[in-house]
Design a protein around this ligand. Structure first.
Ligand code: PLP
Length: 399
């Protein structure tokens, strides 16, 4: 039977302590015990249902984690204070000095910087590859490789990872396949395709209101227990814990994710087709011209579409900046990084979210100066939006 991630979120039932339809928020950093013995057992992880200290776990964080695990079809999940607060402990948990990672070369700039500049200090090396070429990925695997790392749809180039193919490689060489699914929640379910660990920045589509940073690791109970281990768990010891108030607000927003994703995808598809027909160099996985359109189609949960992210290339950074400033002036969206907001957000990744990647490498991977990344909003009247964007494009001379 087809995997139905939104049904699984909706089927969860929670009540607050006074019968509220939302679970009560745990507004405490520490918890009392009637007996010292129970406190000891809780610290050792042997007292189910008891809480000790809010960096370890809180009811609000567990509720959100449970819902996200349902969404991704994994045994459980651990929520974190940011997307980077999910990515970095996972990598550090799985790698020791001397280990090696094979990563997609087109990934979020912060993740890239962590692998390129930070983990080498711990003697963990990374080879960056074109993730769309399985033979290149396989050739980069060495005896010390522990992890294959990618984004299902990459930031910012929107390359699509063949998760089944990568999972087969991971299995063959005994590696963990880690997939950052931030760009394609609900549309793609990496765990169903063989990924071992699925990560999201909750800051983006999942929360959707650009008021919170957060992250999640969805994985097996065993791995999440490892991350939370009081003696050597990277989430526990590095301490990127999500605040309960934020966890509860993200959980409430998660319940409308399916409606939002359908609208983001519908609007993005409309604009991508229009931009392309106007002759703009447009990248969107829903376009037949996208090199991985068919692959995405075989992997997707159809009803959620191809996602809300698209890029156009307007030739130069100067033109990109001029166009973005004008579109913001006309209230077509905001010149801002991040994604998943109700308003369209646009930025030039080369000088913002991917600026950690040296210029030469940007060129090699095809990240051009004139690239504008759009996170398409929930506009009710996307036809009007397109007409207005088109006149901005004419005014700055890119059409
Ligand atoms: N993964 C992807 C694909 C992202 O785009 C981002 C942020 O832009 C992150 C991870 C990091 O998330 P956060 O900013 O919540 O730490």
């Amino acid at each position: 039977m087809k995997f139905k991630p939104a049904n699984k979120i909706q089927d969860l039932q929670y009540f607050g302590e006074f019968g509220g339809v939302n679970p009560s928020i745990s507004d405490s950093s520490t918890y009392t015990f009637l007996s010292a013995k129970t406190m000891f057992d809780t610290f050792e992880g042997n007292a189910d249902g008891c809480y000790l200290y809010s960096r370890h776990s809180t009811p609000s964080n567990l509720y959100l984690g449970e819902a996200l695990a349902e969404m991704e079809g994994t045994e459980t999940a651990n929520v974190t204070a940011s997307g980077m607060g999910a990515i970095t402990p996972v990598l550090l948990q799985l790698c020791a000095a001397g280990d090696h990672i094979v990563s997609s070369r087109t990934i979020y700039g912060g993740t890239y910087a962590f692998l390129k500049n930070f983990t080498p200090k711990l003697n963990i090396a990374t080879t960056f590859v074109d993730i769309t070429k399985l033979d290149v990925v396989e050739a980069a695997i060495t005896k010390t490789t522990k992890i294959l790392y990618c984004e299902s749809v990459s930031n910012p180039l929107l390359e699509v990872a063949d998760i089944k193919g990568l999972a087969a490689l991971a299995k063959k060489y005994g590696l963990k396949l880690i997939v950052d699914n931030t760009f394609s929640p609900l549309s793609i379910t990496p765990g169903e395709l063989g990924a071992d660990i699925i990560i999201h920045s909750l800051t983006k589509f999942i929360n959707g209101s650009s008021d919170t940073v957060g992250g999640v690791v969805c994985a097996s109970q065993e791995f999440i227990d490892d991350l939370r281990n009081v003696n050597d768990g990277a989430c526990m010891l590095l301490g990127s814990t999500l605040d309960s108030l934020r966890a509860s607000s993200v959980l409430k927003n998660l319940r409308t994710l399916h409606i939002r994703m359908k609208q983001h995808s519908k609007n993005a598809m409309y604009l991508a087709e229009k931009f392309e027909s106007e002759g703009l160099k447009t990248v969107y996985p829903g376009l037949v011209s996208h090199p991985s359109h068919e692959l995405f189609t075989t992997m997707m949960n159809e009803e959620y579409g191809y996602g809300g992210m698209l890029t156009i290339d307007v030739g130069s950074l100067a033109k990109a900046n001029e166009l973005m400033e004008l579109m913001q002036h006309k209230n077509l969206g905001y010149l801002a990084v991040s994604l998943g907001f109700y308003k369209t957000l646009f930025s030039a990744p080369g000088t913002s979210t991917s600026s950690e990647i040296p210029e030469e490498e940007q060129q090699q991977m095809g990240l051009t100066d004139g690239l504008i990344r759009f996170s398409i909003g929930l506009d009710n009247d996307i036809e009007r939006t397109f007409d207005m964007m088109k006149s901005c494009m004419k005014e700055v001379g890119v059409l």
